[in-house]
Design a binder for this molecule. Structure first.
Ligand code: TRP
Length: 336
């Protein structure tokens, strides 16, 4: 069990459990989390309630997706002795805080949130948004503030939500007293990885993702399907690595050879097929130890449940304390 170190700055971050994690998650957040867990008191929320914004009809998938996400965390090296991993829906205090915060938020402000707008458009619900979907940034503010997180490592698309959280904290503290901590967003260096289609960011819902659990054969198939520079018709045509998906992956995963590949692509001295074969090997050797770890954990399902249970209990203890303070500040404390 993790020893909560009160001297350390606290981090909270998380994911919606909507399926297995992919290379985009690795580059954009997981890699950073593994490093940060040594220097910060880290909390990771598996946001199953937030997943309901879009998946409330297919609830039968959520339980398995929570398990998959936890498996992915553990297999990339997130260490439950250093990091508290917990499940959002099992902490009712988060829902309680959400209700209190919702009084401080204007609907017009939520409607202008660019990330909500984009997600609603993508799901085709821009004209009939649910109350829960429109309001999930308020619930996310509760995710972040229940543990008084100082930092929230996220992708760029999450910045409006962190701004919303900061706004809620400022209003709350001004109205009721200094209880909450105003968090800062921490945006990673490589915020997004392009998908296999070469156009959109890598995402399960765009069907352009290479998953951490993909087998070597699937990796090969996917790498060979990746969109490359359309100007390279003959093997020695000069290439444009800056628009090539395969090059983007070399850039993210093949630090050793990336400069050489860039030069030979520009000169037309490396064939796309060789470049793809090389990348397949690089990705497969990157994934091998991750998958080995995944297989070990997969054989011990009870261990995963244990990790989630312990993490959730730890998070809940902290949430309880914050709710007491919040209710006291709001004068909703009646019985001592
Ligand atoms: N909104 C985040 C996403 O879609 C997931 C999330 C939920 C989150 N609660 C959070 C991220 C709190 C950071 C902090 O990826």
């Amino acid at each position: 069990m993790k020893n909560n170190n009160t001297d350390m700055m606290r981090i909270l971050t998380g994911d919606r459990p909507t399926g297995p994690l992919h290379l985009g998650h690795y580059v954009g957040s997981l890699k950073n989390r593994v490093l940060l867990q040594d220097r910060y008191d880290m909390f990771i929320i598996i946001a199953d309630v937030q997943a309901l914004t879009t998946n409330y009809i297919n609830v039968d998938r959520i339980k398995n997706d929570v398990r998959e996400v936890c498996l992915d965390y553990l297999s990339v090296g997130i260490n439950p002795k250093k990091t508290t991993i917990f499940i959002q829906s099992q902490i009712p205090e988060i829902a309680e805080l959400t209700i209190f915060y919702s009084m401080l938020v204007k609907i017009s402000f939520l409607k202008h949130n660019p990330t909500i707008k984009t997600e609603a458009l993508e799901k085709g619900v821009e004209n009939n948004l649910s109350y829960g979907f429109l309001g999930y940034p308020v619930s996310q503010a509760a995710d972040i503030t229940f543990c008084k997180a100082n930092l929230v490592p996220v992708g760029e698309d999450q910045i409006p939500h962190i701004e919303q959280t900061r706004e809620i904290v400022r209003r709350f503290n001004k109205l009721y007293g200094p209880v909450l901590v105003e968090p800062k967003a921490l945006v990673g260096e490589v915020p997004r990885l392009v998908g296999l289609d070469g156009k959109l960011k890598m995402s399960k819902s765009y069907n352009n993702a290479l998953f951490l659990k993909d087998s070597p054969e699937i990796v090969k198939k996917k790498v060979f399907s990746a969109v490359t520079d359309p100007a390279r018709i003959h093997p020695n045509d000069p290439g444009h690595p800056e628009i090539c998906t395969v090059f983007a992956y070399h850039n993210a995963f093949n630090e050793k050879e990336v400069l050489e590949i860039e030069q030979s692509c520009k000169k037309g001295t490396i064939r796309c097929i060789d470049c793809k074969n090389n990348l397949t090997n690089i990705i497969n050797s990157f994934l091998a130890p991750i998958q080995e770890k995944r297989n070990t954990f997969e054989k011990h399902q009870d261990l995963i449940i244990d990790i989630l249970k312990t993490g959730t209990k730890q998070a809940k203890n902290i949430a309880k304390k914050t709710v007491v303070e919040v209710k006291q500040a709001m004068q909703l404390d009646y019985f001592g």
